[in-house]
Design a protein around this ligand. Structure first.
Ligand code: FAD
Length: 438
């Protein structure tokens, strides 16, 4: 049970790790809590998926559990002075090719939540927001979900602000790369801490991995160094990469687009992942994410093959192939058609996240070592839960998480086939090098 005497080592300063540190220190002000991350929290460039210009904040989920959690998180974004400055309630415009809009409306109804949202027929929707999306690709679109209460958050700025607040409250931050977790055979294989690549040993009674896309690799290296193969993530977690791209709007376009809602092109699982377009930042940068989600399978040690971000310290995230840049051109086209035809794409980044076949997080004790816990697997949708993730992760550490969430986020559970998850990685990175059209 967490209390003032326990010590917590949180590996990873993305939303899962920082939210945990923040909720822990608020609940147990005397506890010893240390975050360790390979990047400084205010570094100019970080590998964290959570560190980004902006992220969609929405409760538009067909899964009622995430709908409820996202509403809880959004209420914090809207009311708490720590989070509020980073949330922009621009609304969302979601072109649905399945029954998604109706399922979201049903969930709001079941949860007794009143909000300004509607499923709008395509012809009517095209005229909304001054016709910004009139040239979008509506092939197969059944209706458009318009939720005026959704929006986006300035993700990197928000992450820094909450990290600073956790540090002010007493959390410690160590910059270093964790090479392996440590287990003590004399204590029955209990996890006692971690070792960094610089050779430093950090110990704690609770070790929590919030390492995002790097988690399978870290566990595999740990399985090898501790000779405990059960530490390995196996098929539970897969690292996947997605391309984002940005254009800087000229003053005239900025005038038109600055109050736009978040745009989403939704597809069925057979057609592929959804694509998004985020409203311009204060630097007038409009962003998209692409549709090609890929693994990078490599032998991390002889005979140990898994998907991991590239080995470079920055995950080679700024090295984006011509082929992946095409993915962003395609996204531009299906949202804005001729309006965006002359826009120049200036910034591209590959962002890495951890995926499960069900798109559920893993927030759970690790079954193979007492004292070791896992909280990650954002599945390309984890940021918006930043304000409340830590609350549930602390419950997991305390053993008070509801049975429903314990089962949903378990380390060991039945997992569906990935074919039903439209956002599961379906490509391999080495096949996406080059300049040809997708
Ligand atoms: C392109 C893209 C767009 C997205 N858009 C949205 C969106 O609009 N809305 C939304 O809600 N979600 C979105 N997501 C998902 C969201 O960003 C992630 O689910 C979430 O940020 C994951 O948080 P995390 O804490 O698990 O991992 P991360 O944020 O990746 O953090 C992991 C941290 O662990 C550190 N780390 C890893 N290994 C080690 C090690 N060995 N030693 C030390 N430190 C280590 C890393 O440096 C990093 O800081 C998007 C994701 C991507 C990739």
């Amino acid at each position: 049970m967490p209390d003032g005497k326990n010590s917590y080592l949180i590996v990873g300063a993305g939303v899962f790790g920082v939210s945990t540190a923040y909720h822990l220190i608020k609940k147990y002000p005397d506890a010893s809590i240390t975050i360790v991350d390979r990047d400084a929290y205010d570094a100019e460039s970080r590998v964290a998926a959570s560190w980004d210009w902006n992220k969609v904040v929405r409760a538009d989920y067909d899964d009622i559990v995430y709908c409820r959690l996202a509403l809880e998180a959004q209420d914090v974004f809207q009311s708490d002075p720590l989070w509020k400055p980073y949330f922009h309630q621009t609304g969302i415009y979601w072109m649905c090719r399945s029954d998604y809009a109706q399922e979201v409306l049903d969930n709001y109804k079941k949860l007794g939540r009143r909000a300004d949202l509607a499923a709008v027929p395509v012809d009517e929707a095209r005229r909304l927001y001054g016709g910004l999306f009139e040239d979008a690709d509506y092939t197969g679109v059944k209706e458009v979900l318009v939720n005026k209460t959704s929006g986006w958050a300035a993700a990197g700025d928000c992450l820094i602000a909450v990290t600073k607040e956790a540090l002010r409250l007493g959390v410690k931050y160590v910059t270093g790369e964790v090479e392996t977790v440590l287990v003590d055979a004399r204590q029955g294989g209990k996890c006692t801490g971690v070792k960094t690549t610089a050779g430093d040993v950090l110990t704690a009674s609770h070790v929590l991995l919030c390492t995002g896309a790097y988690t399978p690799k870290l566990l595999e290296l740990s399985a090898d160094s501790t000779r405990n193969d059960k530490l390995s993530a196996g098929t539970r977690i897969v690292a996947g990469g997605i391309t984002t791209g940005m254009t800087t709007l000229d003053d005239e376009s900025y005038g038109r687009f600055k109050s736009m809602p978040v745009g989403v092109q939704g597809y069925t699982a057979e057609q592929g992942p959804f694509i998004g377009s985020l409203p311009p930042t204060k630097d007038k940068e409009l962003k998209w994410w692409g549709q090609t989600i890929f693994t990078n399978k490599r032998e991390v040690l002889p005979g140990r093959l898994l998907s991991a971000p590239p080995a470079e310290p920055d995950y080679a995230q700024w090295k984006v192939s011509g082929r992946l840049k095409e993915d962003i051109n395609h996204a531009n086209h299906v949202f804005y058609g001729k309006k965006g035809a002359t826009w120049k794409m200036e910034k591209h980044r590959i962002c890495w996240d951890a995926f499960t076949t069900s798109a559920d997080f893993i927030i759970s004790p690790h079954a193979a070592a007492e004292g070791l816990y896992v909280a990650t697997c954002g599945n390309f949708h984890g940021f918006k839960f930043f304000p409340v993730l830590g609350k549930y992760i602390v419950q997991m550490l305390e053993g008070t998480l509801s049975p429903e969430l314990t089962e949903k986020w378990a380390w060991d559970r039945e997992r569906p086939d990935s074919s039903r998850n439209p956002d599961y990685p379906r490509w391999e990175m080495k096949d996406l090098i080059g300049t040809s059209k997708l």
